[in-house]
Design a protein around this ligand. Structure first.
Ligand SMILES: Nc1ncnc2c1ncn2[C@@H]1O[C@H](COP(=O)(O)OP(=O)(O)O)[C@@H](O)[C@H]1O
Ligand SMILES: [Mg+2]
Length: 327
């Protein structure tokens, strides 16, 4: 399903929270909304599931103006994950995940199967977690249940409002990686709100930057980090070249279509490749770090299975950082 804001505006008392937002999200796209606190991200998101009504302009889901779709019908197609999770404390994990399918009056067996499938999908073995109480879960586990619950009725659209904002950085990286894996198989249309630029770069197919209610830029992560607009340059920070490198795989830099995988997210160090070499699924930022550490200007690029693929040179890194190489 597609999404679109068309000249959407929202003013609270005298403050323009969202100022003429026009933006489209295509089917299966993961769009990240980012910007400083109070810039209008949550308000924009809530326009989609009608928790906020625009004063003017409109929001469309699959070409239909949401103001003309009954809220309950609309929300059936939209999973919603928020930072505070909002699990029902008096219900087991399984019952939390089953909440929407029950509302939809699914058969009991179908619900049981679905709950098991989802808990396993989000990395919480059903045997261990189905009967657990929310109060016993760690922050990361609770967020996983939140994601499972949002996915329960298989909605084509997922809205996520700083879903991993309350967990520690290491857990957050694990959750991001798992979410990317889930998204790569499910292909939902996702709007993901964050104020964490690294999270945006890691997850987003495109990143929309908001500033004081307005859309300041929308671009693929690699392009965004090359944007010359003063606000965007300031927002993306001094280390935007390093951030570009963190988004690109070694394989991509030497012309092999290797996506970044778990190894690329491990934060460097243990890449599993022999000395003087780097895995094609590592990030270019990790490769740079290895070159600096080893005092080398090139590394052998090897496949995750250990096969030699080619040579990664400092030149390749410079080109990728400068964006002269396609991202
Ligand atoms: N229900 C509300 N009543 C009054 N002001 C609000 C309400 N919701 C949001 N705002 C204001 O609108 C602006 C944008 O808020 P919000 O969309 O929550 O920003 P963000 O999610 O980017 O931090 C802020 O100034 C906020 O204080
Ligand atoms: Mg918010």
């Amino acid at each position: 399903m597609t999404l679109e804001w068309q000249n959407a505006c929202k003013t609270f008392t005298d403050k323009k929270a969202v100022d003429n937002l026009s933006l489209e999200v295509s089917e299966g796209e993961l769009l990240v909304l980012i910007g400083p606190s109070g810039c209008g991200k949550t308000t924009s998101l809530k326009m989609i599931n009608r928790l906020v009504q625009p004063d003017s302009g409109a929001v469309f889901v699959n070409g239909r103006d949401v103001s003309e779709v009954p809220a309950t019908e609309l929300r059936r197609h939209i999973g919603y994950v928020i930072q505070q999770v909002g699990l029902f404390p008096h219900m087991s994990v399984a019952d939390n995940v089953a909440a929407v399918p029950r509302l939809l009056k699914w058969e009991k067996d179908r619900i049981d199967d679905r709950v098991k499938e989802l808990l396993n999908l989000v990395g919480l073995p059903a045997d261990e977690f189905a009967d657990a109480w929310p109060s016993r879960l760690s922050g990361g586990e609770a967020q996983r249940v939140g994601v499972a619950r949002a996915l329960a009725a298989d909605p084509p659209i997922l809205l996520m409002d700083e879903p991993f904002g309350a967990v520690d950085p290491l857990t957050r990286e694990v959750l991001q990686r798992e979410f990317l894996r889930i998204q790569s198989t499910l292909g939902k249309t996702v709007v993901f709100v964050t104020h964490d630029l690294d999270e945006a770069i890691r997850l987003g197919d495109r990143i929309a930057v908001m500033n004081e209610g307005r859309l300041a830029a929308v671009a693929a992560p690699g392009e965004l980090l090359l944007n010359a607009d003063p606000f965007i340059r300031d927002f993306t920070g001094e280390d935007r070249a390093l951030r570009r490198l963190a988004r690109l795989s070694v394989g991509a830099a030497i012309g092999e279509a290797t996506p970044i995988t778990a190894a690329g997210f491990s934060g460097g160090g243990e890449s599993g490749a022999p000395a003087g070499s780097v895995r094609t699924d590592a990030t270019l930022k990790e490769a740079l770090s290895m070159m600096l550490e080893a005092g080398e200007t090139s590394l052998e690029a090897v496949s995750p299975a250990g096969r030699r693929i080619g040579k990664l040179t400092m030149e390749d890194l410079l080109e990728s950082a400068a964006g002269t190489e396609a991202s």
